[in-house]
Design a protein around this ligand. Sequence first.
Ligand code: NAI
Length: 338
Amino acid sequence: PPNLQMVEEDLGLERVNCRAKGASSGFKVAILGAAGGIGQPLAMLMKMNPLVSLLHLYDVVNAPGVTADISHMDTSAVVRGFLGQQQLEDALIGMDLVIIPAGVPRKPGMTRDDLFNINAGIVKTLCEAIAKCCPKAIVNIISNPVNSTVPIAAEVFKKAGVFDPKRVLGVTMLDVVRANTFVAEIMGLDPREVDVPVVGGHAGVTILPLLSQVKPLCSFTQKEIDYLTDRIQNGGTEVVEAKAGAGSATLSMAYAAVKFADACLRALRGDAAVVHCAYVASAVTELPFFASKVRLGRNGVEEIYPLGPLNDYERAGLEKAKKELAGSIQKGVSFVKK
Ligand code: NAI
């Protein structure tokens, strides 16, 4: 196949490269795992984001194909592809935001923790390169188990002496997106108007929707609360089972990832009041990591909000969530320390 970068230069299309190199009026974003089920639609949606001036697509397979395809979209972001470990550092140099959906997804019958053995090593390797090439970048971690991969990232950055807890964020936006959708469905509302805080983590009982704090104010029966809590906690499994071996959520996840990445970029630009749930280093509970509402700003996480008043049902859920989270966090930390 022709080397597109060379052809561009041969044809004198240096301006594209200048725009890519300069890229002054926008943000530089890398997606690691860009050829995957999440990576491809995520890359497409980020190419459509006017805040992005340069989009780096990295994967260990098929990155040139996805890059060629997406680069034909007539939106302003310049797209560059990077294939394999030897191009990882080039993919990362100068990036403002790095999004990581690299790793294997679940098959029916698997928990997110079953992915640990493969994905922990992938996230560790990628974060070592981020620590070296763009230690100031905001990092959005999608790879599961998020409850453990975020502590892994933090440990890697600590080892390299570059850990900034404001800049490492586990993406739990899909839980919020699902919660908004399911609540809107049973209340007959437009999902765009619904805001459900989902705290804790991103797996089973650690996904804790705070239905007492839904906006607009909704009052649910106990039956509705049981139904909603169960469906939100098991939304991922619902998709895994429906796909019957062909993977887990990819399209709704790409949508959620872009919603979150766009919020991070707007905050980097200086927009005020950018508030979303994310799984971050936190002092909201006694655990070192926890998902709750955070305010994003020019440096990443500027403020972490307390959980607010919980009812008895939510307090019981919180205890269960914390118990499981503690183990997942420890597992991630030990993986890097061992
Ligand atoms: P996929 O298997 O379709 O794609 C993963 C991609 O990662 C592949 O293209 C693969 O080549 C690439 N990859 C593997 N090793 C790599 C490495 N060392 N460096 C760079 N790229 C590498 O999987 P899918 O469906 O895209 O899911 C990706 C991850 O996202 C899974 O761990 C999944 O569990 C997780 N996920 C997280 C969600 C969340 O809410 N945070 C929701 C849904 C999935």
